[in-house]
Write a protein that binds this ligand. Structure first.
Ligand code: GLN
Length: 484
């Protein structure tokens, strides 16, 4: 069952060959069996999942089912879930139970997708290895000594190990694509504004976007259909018609113009990863695509600009955790300042504190022009690079991450090296573009992801390009031997 696509599961449900309760039970059993080692779930919502599954079965029996009805999923623990703790990987929110559902959660609940539980993640989505979580590191199912990537590391590990058919994720600088790459999954970060951020705990609001980690582009298309669309509760949500994301999957790629940015193939790219990306490009040529070398000249400025903008926004967003309204409060504060200081000091982890300090500094008077304003100007230049590129090509391709999954602890004490894990993904968030990572091969037994970057709101185009590759290769069907 854990090898089946969402469309196959949907067919089994509608023909009555299986029920949502059976399917949900099946995945709950796998979680119980395997997640002790992997640590991908922070909360398993067994009872609630089975209840929702029974309701989904009723929807199916009453002829009210949609494609996704009855298929269980797991939610990244950054999405607020009514009556179920939303901790966002942090001690700060270890006791937080949201009084409402995020729009993404609400939409998927309404479709009748039972929620198996909440997935581990880097604290407040800050990280690339899932090692900053208050709930401990997540292990990569391909090799338990390695990281699954981050910050959606729990989402990636759970789907890769077959503990959930699909999972939500969020991507501020690469947090869907980089873990997808490191665990052999298909991950999609939609255009900024395509999916509502309402009820999704904010890290850097101008960059955050919700998406999913799945086994295939076809599965991504189905889930995107379930979550995309305008939401008046999110002021940055875009009011634009939602196309049928599955309609164009089978379009032939003949004549597709693919841009290969020369900056994505230089120094820093592991040679084995590079060789696999080259093979994937050759496959696309066989499928009729035309390769065009392009340049994104400001690529080298993306990581530095991001590490001014994202911390600046996070220092502002995270100021709400003051020990007063919700979240952690220290014991016996002496006075108000003591309460603020100790509550924040005791409940935030090291990486979160580092970012709050960097951000507050970059925004402070006297430094604002030198750092924040300059970073915003660079952001504009990076968007302009992509605009130029998309005047010549339909899609951009390159590696998702410079290496395969690294060892736990290998980069944990070296933030700069860790930040460079996202060197190919971050510019996309600065520009607000949609992008995917799809599995393209194995290097020494570890998955390598190919990144596809599309023009604004061209998720359907990206999904088509990804799906065609998955029709002619079977890298997306590989799974870690221990969890077969
Ligand atoms: N790894 C990047 C960071 O630490 C991106 C995280 C994300 O996309 N949420 O900020």
């Amino acid at each position: 069952m854990h090898k089946k696509s969402l469309a196959e599961l949907s067919a089994l449900l509608s023909s009555g060959e299986t029920s949502s309760v059976e399917l949900t039970r099946y995945f709950l059993d796998r979680i119980a069996m395997y997640d002790g080692d992997i640590n991908s779930f922070v909360t398993v919502t067994e009872e609630q999942a089975l209840q929702s599954a029974a309701q989904a079965d009723k929807m199916i029996a009453d002829g009210k089912a949609q494609v996704l009805t009855g298929i269980p999923l797991a939610q990244k623990d950054i999405f607020c879930t009514q009556d179920v703790r939303t901790a966002c990987g942090s001690k700060m929110l270890d006791n937080f139970i949201a009084p409402y559902n995020a729009t993404v959660v609400e939409k998927l609940n309404a479709t009748g997708m039972p929620m198996l539980g909440k997935l581990n993640m880097d604290e407040f989505a800050m990280g690339s290895s899932n090692e900053t979580s208050f709930y401990g590191a997540v292990k990569n199912p391909w090799d338990l000594e390695r990281v699954p990537g981050g910050s959606s590391g729990g989402s990636a590990a759970a789907v890769a190990a077959g503990l959930a058919p699909i999972a939500t994720g969020t991507d501020t600088g690469g947090s869907i694509r980089q873990p997808a790459s490191l665990t052999g999954l298909s991950g999609l970060k939609p255009t900024y504004g395509r999916v509502s951020r309402w009820g999704m705990i904010a890290f850097a609001s101008s960059l955050d976007q919700a998406g999913m980690l799945a086994h295939s582009a076809e599965d991504c298309a189905l889930l995107l259909q379930g979550i995309a669309g305008f939401d008046e509760k999110d002021s940055t949500s875009v009011d634009r018609a939602v196309p049928d994301y599955s309609a164009d999957l089978n379009k032939p790629l003949k004549g597709l113009k693919v841009g290969l940015p020369k900056e994505y193939f230089g120094e820093g790219l592991d040679s084995k990863v590079g060789a696999i990306i080259d093979e994937a490009i050759a496959e696309y040529q066989r499928l009729g695509a035309e390769m065009i070398e392009i340049s994104l000249p400001n690529t080298h400025l993306a990581v530095p600009a991001y590490y001014v903008i994202a911390p600046a926004e996070c220092s502002s967003n995270l100021s709400r955790y003051d020990g007063v309204r919700y979240g952690y409060r220290c014991e016996d504060p002496k006075d108000l300042s003591d309460m603020y200081e100790r509550s924040r000091g005791e409940a935030f982890g090291y990486e979160v504190k580092r970012r709050i300090m960097m951000g507050a500094y970059a925004l402070s008077s006297g430094y604002y022009d030198a750092y924040y304003l300059k970073a915003q100007k660079i952001r504009r230049l990076i968007s302009a690079d992509f605009e130029d590129a998309f005047s010549q090509v339909d899609v951009i391709m390159g590696p998702t991450a410079p290496t395969t999954a690294f060892k736990l602890g290998e980069k944990a004490d070296d933030p700069i090296t860790m930040y460079l894990s996202d060197i190919y993904t971050i510019a996309v968030n600065l520009a607000g573009l949609p992008a995917m990572s799809i599995p393209a091969g194995l290097a020494d037994g570890l998955p390598v992801g190919l990144q596809l970057i599309g023009n604004y709101f061209d998720e359907a185009g990206l999904l088509n390009v990804a799906h065609q590759f998955q029709q002619s290769t079977d890298w997306h069907r590989q799974s870690p031997a221990a969890y077969n």
